[in-house]
Design a protein. Structure first.
Length: 354
């Protein structure tokens, strides 16, 4: 006969008390289970970072990825990149995003982690390097296929998981040749999926074309055009969605207009938006309710977003940011205030930034 519910509960309680008593006496002797006598108590393992299904693909992506533009453009030394990527993979990273044009980033990624290729999904992009190696757009079939061959060599792999057009214009997409080249690369097995990386009207065109498996676009509290314009449509079509520039280049770190031209537009918007969680002393907070935490948690809750590829040059950063994301979504009230503030302040030319 099954014991009654109340009896079962009671038995659980008694067993629980007995276990607690045993643990208490072990702890009193300085011995938790599996530890040497006298060793300090181990901190509990953090819960694993959330994974989301990447659109209709077979990939389950950890919510925090890695964007490699910063390591490339800032010419970070190989030893630091080894540490950064190795530590992040150990802590749960499984999406690494790069591009042929991020100077040596592909080479650095290949050197650091090609031996762990099964541990991560690899996304790269094409279109900004000509056949002779000089910088300049090349959206021809030959140019795109040659770019992928060079990327595979540099990344030391036979195929990437996602190959993306690197922000070509809507007009270029309309011509069609670049999309056909991407489809050919997929058919030849050099990439498992294809995507468009870009913003605003061009991103919308790419989504509506129905030809891409994934979209990479700028989503952050200083760049919200896509939230109404593009993301709902990408979600409806079951596309994988990568949020690029997901913490708005951390522009709150600058007292005045940053020297780096790439950060200036977001800084100007941030200055006008005056979000309360990033004013005065609050700007310096490093917890989940400080600007970095709020920025990432806001981006992670936008429609269809599955992975945030935060750029960093610091080995400790991935783990810190993963901890901030573990706090989960913002309260609906705070998210609504960020959306409302944007709608009130954004100018018509505050379109998605590439
Ligand atoms: N057209 C395109 O396809 C395109 C365009 C832009 C970007 N992307 C992709 O998106 C990725 C991300 O974009 P992004 O690097 O420009 O912008 P981002 O991820 O919004 O910002 C990166 C900056 O934030 C800082 N940061 C990171 N975590 C922080 C924290 N907790 N507190 C304070 N600062 C923090 C980093 O500095 P530290 O070094 O100090 O961590 C870095 O300077 C790129 O790497 C690239 O892969 C693609």
């Amino acid at each position: 006969m099954q014991p009654s519910n109340s009896r079962r509960d009671f038995l659980h309680t008694v067993t629980g008390f007995a276990a607690l008593a045993t643990l208490g006496s072990l702890a009193a002797q300085g011995r938790a289970l599996g530890q040497e006598p006298g060793a300090p108590a181990k901190a509990p393992e953090p819960k694993p970072l959330e994974r989301r299904k990447f659109g209709k693909t077979d990939m389950q992506v950890a919510l925090l990825g890695f964007g490699s533009a910063e390591i490339g453009y800032q010419k970070i030394e190989q030893g630091t990149v080894d540490k950064l990527l190795g530590a992040a993979l150990d802590a749960g990273l499984n999406v690494v995003d790069t591009a042929e044009c991020y100077l040596d980033a592909e080479l650095q990624i290949g050197a650091a982690i090609a031996h762990r290729r099964k541990d991560y999904h690899l996304f790269t992009k094409c279109g900004h390097i000509a056949a002779d190696g000089s910088r300049g757009n090349d959206w021809t079939t030959a140019g795109i296929l040659a770019s992928l061959e060079r990327s595979l060599k540099r990344l030391k792999t036979d195929a990437v998981d996602l190959f993306q057009l690197h922000s070509c214009s809507k007009e270029e997409l309309q011509k069609g040749e670049c999309i056909e080249a991407m489809e050919r690369a997929k058919k030849e097995g050099k990439t498992r999926y294809i995507g468009y990386s870009g913003d605003s009207a061009a991103a919308l065109f790419a989504v509506e074309s129905g030809r891409f498996d994934a979209l990479q676009t700028s989503v952050n509290f200083c760049d919200q055009e896509c939230i109404d314009l593009v993301l709902p449509k990408a979600k409806e079509r079951g596309m994988g969605v990568v949020a690029k520039r997901p913490i708005a280049n951390a522009v709150w770190r600058h007292e005045g207009l940053p020297d780096n031209g790439y950060h200036q537009e977001y800084w100007k918007r941030f200055d006008a938006l005056r979000y309360e969680f990033a004013q005065g002393e609050a700007r310096k907070r490093e917890d989940a309710d400080g600007p970095a935490g709020v920025a990432m948690r806001f981006t992670a809750m936008q429609p269809g977003v599955q992975v945030l590829i935060v750029g960093t040059t610091r080995p400790e950063r991935w783990k810190q940011n993963a901890d901030l994301l573990r706090a989960g979504p913002l309260s609906p009230e705070l998210e609504a205030r960020i959306r409302a503030r944007w709608k009130e302040v954004a100018k018509p030319d505050w379109i998605g930034q590439t």
